[in-house]
Design a protein around this ligand. Structure first.
Ligand SMILES: Cc1cc2nc3c(=O)[nH]c(=O)nc-3n(C[C@H](O)[C@H](O)[C@H](O)COP(=O)(O)O)c2cc1C
Length: 164
């Protein structure tokens, strides 16, 4: 079995967490790009309202095939207390997610609000077997213990195998 980590990151924090977990456990990384190409101001003026409404943006890659993996990890920045429109689209774009173990994480300034509940709902709605979710902050990128909590959850998910 193997792990893939799918993430969206505009300013590098979620990417840094994804890369650290991949280095700790050995995983493939799939970066999702938001084709809206927001500026810094655009993220707040245009992106955040779309996140708050649960909207999806166009993304690259348009289809994310996870059928070859045992555990699927999905990481999002928090925008207005929600997953980003790119991650909403990425969860919808997952092919072969049904019955797979899934773990979610988010990075924020410390106020993730309902982001992880929404992630768990979306993944369960796609038929994934959600094993848990971990909230992280930008400061946690430099805190190996915080990143280890996420790595450990993924490791345990892999050990338990797929519940069909
Ligand atoms: C448009 C926008 C909205 C945000 N909303 C929140 C929020 O509601 N709560 C919070 O704690 N942080 C919020 N943040 C901070 C980001 O969640 C945080 O910086 C995150 O780690 C960025 O991830 P990235 O560097 O991978 O893009 C927001 C940032 C942006 C750009």
């Amino acid at each position: 079995m193997s792990v893939c980590i799918i993430y969206h990151s505009e300013t590098g924090t979620t990417r840094a967490v994804a890369e650290q977990v991949a280095a700790l456990i050995g995983a493939d990384l799939i970066e999702v790009k938001d084709l809206a190409g927001y500026s810094k101001v655009g993220m707040y003026l245009k992106g955040a309202p779309r996140a708050a409404q649960g909207k999806k943006n166009e993304i690259e890659p348009a289809v994310i095939d996870v059928s070859g993996y045992g555990t699927v990890v999905v990481g999002t920045p928090v925008w207005a207390g929600n997953p980003t429109p790119a991650i909403n689209a990425a969860v919808a774009a997952l092919a072969g997610i049904e019955g797979k173990a899934a773990v979610a994480f988010c990075t924020s300034r410390g106020a993730p609000r309902g982001t992880l509940e929404r992630m768990e709902e979306m993944l369960a709605g796609r038929g994934a077997d959600v094993r848990g979710a971990v909230p992280l902050t930008a400061g946690d990128v430099k805190n190996p213990e915080a990143v280890e909590v996420l790595a450990d959850l993924v490791r345990r998910s892999e050990k338990e195998g797929i519940v069909q």
